[in-house]
Design a protein around this ligand. Structure first.
Ligand SMILES: [Zn+2]
Length: 407
């Protein structure tokens, strides 16, 4: 990693949770994602859920074809043969109550399939085919444990549970019993939003550390509490949960562009998430959950949940990790530690959980004196109404980035 106050080279980051959608919005969402991230885990909640290996491979092929077309259209820079950055979509399959043991077995043999996504029924966009009770997918979960396929979880209860308590409720009523039943299952608790959930994830010990601790004790001492703590549970954190609270959403009028699931919570929750991210804690890694919806679907009487944060992720993470060329507190040695932690959060922690080889490219990030402004909206279709409002629309950006093949 190169050291300079206004120039940083990072290994290419991974987005471990993104919505690229389908139809007219897909090329726009994809372009912004693939310019920054070499790999992204693509969520399967399309209008018709991506629930089989065949459907996921077709969706992947579609994404790759579109990315190739976008790359070819870009004007080639004379000094940069690297203007078409590498991008590998990793596919998550939609776990349904019909997912069979055989489908899990098939998915486990396919390197492009990263795991299965568990949506509790009805909790978020296109979750109508979700799970009513985890016991209804027992055969699939057992197969996932057997074949070491990760389970990616939208950790919220639905129904009559208070919208601010849904994460905690899901933890108590579903995640804990599920973890006890399938102790070897690798689980990603997605977009953690509360201090309680984050503390719970942070309390998990890596299997290697637990084994070490266990060998120092008498044999036969490994009780159920210990096996729970050695769970392979990790969590993703989004940019918006690191930045926003419910005051931002509701404190001065309803801000539909800050509405997401899980809903943003209190300042103490935000601070807890931020602290784990900034530590580079091994149990947390970045998943943007960047989830575009057309402007008319957000600014509606019944608005959709999801933020399109993709265009501003790097700029904001550099600020949140206090890696800023102009900060007086930012000595080179402190900055080096912060960069290492950012690298753990954006690159390596998630790679370790998903057992992925390192990325091949790098991200060059440079600070400029002149600001570029985030557009008020992007147009993605032929109609006037096909507009997409990004997070921090109209705000200045000073950091520019480019993917390169050599550090
Ligand atoms: Zn999501």
């Amino acid at each position: 990693m190169e050291e300079s106050l206004r120039k940083i080279i990072l290994p290419a980051p991974n987005d471990f949770h993104v919505h690229l959608r389908e139809g007219a919005i897909l090329p726009l969402a994809l372009k912004h994602t693939a310019e920054v991230f070499e790999r992204a885990i693509v969520m399967p909640n399309l209008l018709k859920p991506v629930a089989t290996v065949a459907e996921a491979l077709l969706y992947k092929q579609n994404i790759e074809t579109i990315w190739q077309a976008i790359s070819e259209k870009k004007p080639a820079e004379a000094d940069s043969p690297e203007s078409s950055p590498l991008f590998s979509p990793l596919m998550a399959l939609y776990l349904t109550e019909n997912t069979s043991y055989e489908e899990v077995q098939k998915a486990a043999k396919e390197p492009a399939i990263i795991g299965f996504k568990y949506y509790p029924e009805g909790v978020t966009t296109n979750a109508a085919s979700g799970i009513r009770q985890y016991t209804r997918v027992a055969a699939a979960l057992a197969a996932m444990e057997e074949f070491d396929m990760p389970l990616l979880v939208h950790g919220e209860s639905g129904g009559s549970v208070d919208v601010f308590d849904r994460e905690q409720h899901f933890l108590d009523t579903t995640l804990l019993p599920l973890m006890q039943k399938y102790p070897k299952l690798r689980i990603t608790l997605e977009h953690v939003s509360s201090k309680k959930a984050a503390d719970f994830v942070a309390s998990m010990q890596s299997p290697a550390l637990a084994l070490q601790a266990c060998s120092q004790q008498n044999e036969g001492n490994q009780n159920s509490q210990n096996s729970q703590r050695t769970q392979r549970l990790k969590a993703t954190l989004t940019l918006h949960h690191l930045l926003l609270t419910r005051n931002d959403l509701l404190g001065t009028g309803i801000r539909p562009h800050f509405y997401c699931k899980p809903i943003v919570k209190r300042e103490e929750d935000r601070q807890a998430l931020l602290a784990y991210a900034r530590l580079g804690h091994e149990n947390f890694f970045f998943g943007s959950d960047s989830a575009p919806h057309p402007m008319y679907a957000k600014e509606a009487a019944v608005g959709c949940a999801g933020l399109f944060t993709m265009p501003v992720i790097i700029e904001n993470l550099l600020k949140l990790f206090e890696i800023d060329a102009d900060s007086p507190k930012n000595s080179l040695s402190k900055r080096k530690v912060r960069l290492q932690r950012l690298k753990a959060f954006l690159v390596t922690n998630g790679e370790a959980h998903y057992k992925l080889a390192p990325n091949k490219s790098f991200l060059l990030v440079e600070k400029h004196d002149r600001a570029e402004y985030i557009p008020n909206f992007y147009c993605f279709g032929k109609n006037e109404k096909d507009r997409l409002v990004p997070f921090q629309a109209g705000q200045p950006c000073y950091w520019r980035f480019k993917r390169i093949l050599h550090a």
